[in-house]
Design a protein around this ligand. Structure first.
Ligand SMILES: Cc1cc2nc3c(=O)[nH]c(=O)nc-3n(C[C@H](O)[C@H](O)[C@H](O)COP(=O)(O)OP(=O)(O)OC[C@H]3O[C@@H](n4cnc5c(N)ncnc54)[C@H](O)[C@@H]3O)c2cc1C
Length: 314
């Protein structure tokens, strides 16, 4: 006979241990719900992969990314949240209790908060992983400040590449936008602003094939896709804006999503399914910050608490 999986039941389960998930956990735990948090493969989420976070309020000197994640977790656990190192492999939202499977267990809950985040699309080239946080960045708002008076490159040709490139001119000495085509995908107004900006230059028809450095990035290797010519371009940093991938595969066909796969929520973090809430980057292709994700997590937990109270009262 096949081994039966252990079944774990809770009123509220939170999928994800990034800023959204752990903020939801703090609020739900303080509402006495004893929430269960499944961490997924990335304990404390994307924020934990960066050295220093300088824009989260309450830390005037900045705070380490993993230290902030640990502080969120400790605060949630203090009020009774249970953080489990496990990963959801399938989810059934079609009935209550909601069922979540992992390799070893089945979890059941009346209310679910989805905070599985979105990952920045990577170039997948040598040096990218090695120099992330040492000159490789996926967020101008987060890291622009570190590149005051530096020469940097931006990879991409869509709206976010140009928006972030224009933002980075506030700090950088020069911003060189590297694009694999000879025209930009971004909208007309952004295109005009970028083309006319005195600090912005373009390298067309080119892809970055390698990121080079010692302690930190000092150059990128480029290949012209039309001529195959390979060149080296000196730079202090590389900002990569080639899109994000929402971690929503598990929920496909079960819940309303937009075309890019972000879970659709209303103003109070409700999804198309009663009792299921979403928060943070899984529902936000726009702000992508620790504080905005944390705020959405708190809001989702407040709504989940009301949902469970109403169930009890019915
Ligand atoms: C290198 C880097 C530096 C950054 N620097 C800053 C900064 O300085 N300031 C700032 O405000 N923002 C910064 N950001 C952005 C910030 O980290 C994100 O906006 C924030 O982490 C999003 O929070 P989230 O909780 O929505 O998702 P995430 O942090 O992406 O967390 C998602 C969570 O879901 C879990 N998960 C995924 N799939 C499953 C599954 N199947 N089962 C269970 N769990 C699952 C993951 O393990 C993870 O714990 C940075 C991002 C990066 C990548």
């Amino acid at each position: 006979m096949a081994n039966e999986k252990e079944v774990v039941q809770r009123d509220l389960i939170i999928l994800g241990s990034g800023p959204a998930g752990l903020s939801a956990a703090i609020y739900a735990a303080r509402a006495n719900l004893n929430p269960l948090i499944l961490t997924g493969m990335s304990l404390h989420g994307q924020a934990a992969t960066t050295d220093t976070i300088e824009n989260y309020p309450g830390f005037p000197e900045g705070v380490g990314g993993s230290e902030l994640g640990m502080l969120f977790q400790t605060q949630a656990e203090r009020f009774g949240a249970e953080v489990i190192m496990d990963y959801a492999t399938s989810v059934d939202l079609s009935q209550k209790p909601i069922k979540i499977e992992s390799y070893a267990k089945e979890y059941q809950c009346e209310s679910l908060i989805i905070t599985t985040g979105a990952d920045p699309r990577k170039l997948g080239i040598p040096g990218e992983k090695e120099f992330t946080g040492k000159g490789v960045s996926y967020c101008g708002t987060c890291d622009g400040w570190f590149f005051k008076d530096k020469d940097i490159v931006v990879v991409g040709g869509g709206d976010s590449a140009l928006e972030e490139g224009l933002f980075l001119t506030r700090f950088a000495n020069s911003v060189t936008i590297i694009h694999r085509r000879d025209e930009l995908r971004a909208g007309a107004i952004l295109r005009k602003r970028a083309m006319e900006h005195p600090k912005i230059k373009f390298i067309w028809d080119s892809v970055v094939t390698e990121i080079i450095g010692n302690e930190a990035v000092n150059a990128v290797k480029l290949k012209n896709v039309k001529t195959d010519e390979v060149t080296t371009h000196d730079t202090d940093g590389i900002f990569i804006f080639i899109g994000h991938i929402p971690n929503s595969e598990l929920f496909k066909g079960q819940i309303e999503m937009d075309q890019a796969g972000y879970i659709v929520t209303n103003g109070v973090m409700e999804t198309s399914i009663p009792g299921v809430f979403a928060a943070g980057e899984i529902t936000d292709p726009h702000f992508r910050q620790v504080i905005t994700s944390a705020g959405m997590g708190a809001a989702a937990a407040i709504q989940a608490t009301h949902y469970l109270e109403n169930l009890e009262a019915a």
